[in-house]
Ligand binder design. Structure first.
Ligand SMILES: Nc1ncnc2c1ncn2[C@@H]1O[C@H](COP(=O)(O)OP(=O)(O)O)[C@@H](O)[C@H]1O
Ligand SMILES: [Mg+2]
Length: 336
């Protein structure tokens, strides 16, 4: 979305497939979106819909074989990241785009102190002295609200709680002053209170240091208050893309609509939350027509026959449903 700002990232027609013995897994199948400087975009959808593969494709981190970016462009600051040399893309990953994952333990090295792990990349990428880099690392720990940063600097990952480790990962991702942060399910492994704190932290950093954020989550409940735009994915494709208010309150796709209704909301007392029946299709053998049609409460004949294109349901609001333009009317009567 981001029509008002300066464009930082443009993903166009991205297709990433995995060539496996069982067949071709179309993990990402024609995904497009934009991100402006300082904008926060949430990428949501059930597990296995292609969120992580989208993020890894942007950073050229798809294991090849079996994976391959088959088509598309990832324009970041005017350059197509998919065409960069290994050295150039490493520089982008080191200096321009930071990334954090669900489980910080897989990215933190247990035998080095937290401080050393933050200081070292700063020394290398920003060319600072050891002392200057240490100072910067402590400032970063303070910025991500780690109390007693100087003392914690000397501690090892196992001495940190899960939430603190995720904060340390964020500090590490920010150490080289990136313009963009990709956060892939950053709070999924944490308990609800800590989840909210991590989301708040990401929101604050986005505003205060004008960080562009691509926030990946299967849990729509955590993105409110952080993301400005939402990209809803289903079976490797974009099914709805709009600003968060429109997706929450005026969804034009039955899948996104159902996802919204499966999230507890502060402003509405619902007797029971909707659960989406069935499970996502195999990405090797997609059903004919709309991939969501076998699970869709509103499906009609056309839905299992023709694949719905992604269209503008209203200005700035994309939806891939045959009934996107009159979804409200179409959905009436089935509500709860
Ligand atoms: N290395 C791989 N080999 C084969 N298939 C993969 C590989 N990585 C991911 N996939 C498949 O790609 C699809 C999308 O995965 P992913 O992007 O990780 O989903 P999620 O939305 O949960 O992040 C899944 O069907 C997954 O099984
Ligand atoms: Mg994932």
């Amino acid at each position: 979305m981001g029509a008002n700002g300066e464009r930082l990232l443009e993903v166009r027609g991205l297709k990433t497939y995995f060539h496996t013995q069982a067949g071709v897994v179309k993990a990402v199948d024609g995904v497009s979106f934009d991100l402006d400087r300082g904008e926060a975009l949430a990428v949501v959808g059930e597990s296995g819909c292609g969120k992580s593969v989208t993020a890894l494709s942007i950073l050229n981190l798809i294991p090849d074989p079996p994976g391959k970016v088959e088509e598309g462009e990832v324009i970041f600051e005017g350059r197509n990241l998919l065409e960069l040399s290994d050295r150039e893309i490493r520089q982008v990953r080191g200096n321009h785009i930071g990334m954090i994952f669900q489980d910080p333990m897989t990215s933190l090295n247990p035998v080095f102190t937290i401080g050393n792990q933050i200081r070292e990349p700063i020394q290398i990428h920003l060319g600072l002295s050891r002392k200057e880099a240490k100072q910067r690392a402590i400032e970063l720990l303070e910025m991500v609200e780690i109390p007693q940063a100087e003392k914690r600097y000397k501690m090892y990952p196992h001495e940190f709680s899960g939430g603190m480790r995720q904060r340390a990962m964020i500090a590490m991702a920010l150490s080289c002053e990136p313009m963009m942060l990709i956060a892939d399910e950053p709070s999924t492994a944490l308990d609800v209170t800590i989840q909210a704190q991590i989301m708040e932290l990401i929101g604050r950093l986005q505003r205060e240091i004008n960080l562009a954020v691509m926030l990946i989550t299967h849990d729509l409940g955590v993105v409110a208050g952080v993301a400005e735009a939402v990209l809803v994915m289903y079976a490797g494709k974009v099914v709805e893309y709009a600003d968060i208010g429109r997706v929450y309150y005026n969804s034009r796709h039955p899948y996104a609509w159902s996802l919204m209704r499966s999230v507890p909301r502060m402003d509405e007392k619902r007797e029971r939350l909707l659960t989406i029946g069935g499970s996502p299709p195999s990405l090797i053998n997609l059903p004919p027509g709309c991939s969501f049609s076998p699970r869709c409460p509103f499906a009609e004949e056309i839905c299992s026959e023709q694949e719905p294109p992604l269209v503008e349901a209203e200005p700035g609001h994309l939806s891939a449903c045959h009934f996107a333009r009159d979804f409200e009317r179409h959905g009436k009567g089935v509500e709860d």
